[in-house]
Design a protein around this ligand. Sequence first.
Ligand code: GUN
Length: 297
Amino acid sequence: MTRIIDGNAIASDIEADVQASVETLRDAGVQPGLATVLMSDDGASETYVSMKQQACDDLGIDGRHHEIDADAPADDLFDRIDDLNADESVHGILVQMPVPDHVEKRAVLERIDPEKDVDGFHPENVGRLVAGNARYKPCTPHGVQKILAAEGIETEGKEAVVVGRSDIVGKPMANLFIQYGDGGNATTTVCHSRTDDLAAKTREADILVAAAGVPEMIDGEMVKEGATVIDVGINRVDADTEKGYELVGDVDFESAKAKAGAITPVPGGVGPLTIAMLLYNTVKAASRQSGVGVDLA
Ligand code: GUN
């Protein structure tokens, strides 16, 4: 029987730990604060940011949302980041990606104080992750590690194949898989849009992470019998529903499920972990900046 992984349940357990740390901090007079910044009219980005803010409210984190007009000058965003860097009540800053084309993404990531970079996207934090000394692990790949740990799926010595090479998921996922220690020690292959004979590569995977942003591109033919399939994709495709779209992953769920030993659904798989790990990083940031210790696994 294929196990359908319940991402909501795993995220709830992590959020309970995060909440305990929020209370420890609050008892010491510190309320963790997360600033989210959206410079986009994209409906999906608006939804993601509002889910992050809702999760802050639920756990007693001081979530503050900032919106910048998508056609405003880039300096409006940089000035806002400077203000948030200087604000001691803000421990974490998240600028929702993507930003508009006239704003240089790398300049945005470099502008955020690395101590407040709860996405883990600042080059200093990327460097630390690669060096095996991460300050904040990027939320989605860290969430994938938490899923594997919660499900008792060993990575050591396994063939891990990551499909997608984004800065947000693919690259940090591969870097986490090759680190020494728990959740690492995997023999790791990164595939992307220029990979030759993708199916031959994915069929080698004991752990297959689909993070290419292409709806249902991984089907059962590309999955090894008994593999663990982790679907990071959240794609809106046109559908005859009230909203006019439905959400599908990068994996063709039914055909992949027929081959997999365990598989994450979309929605309800990786998505809830991304949010849980953002809250985790925010509490870690508040702890680091205040000097109040917390007990986070
Ligand atoms: N856009 C899609 N995923 C993410 C994420 O994890 N963080 C930020 N900042 N933007 C995103």
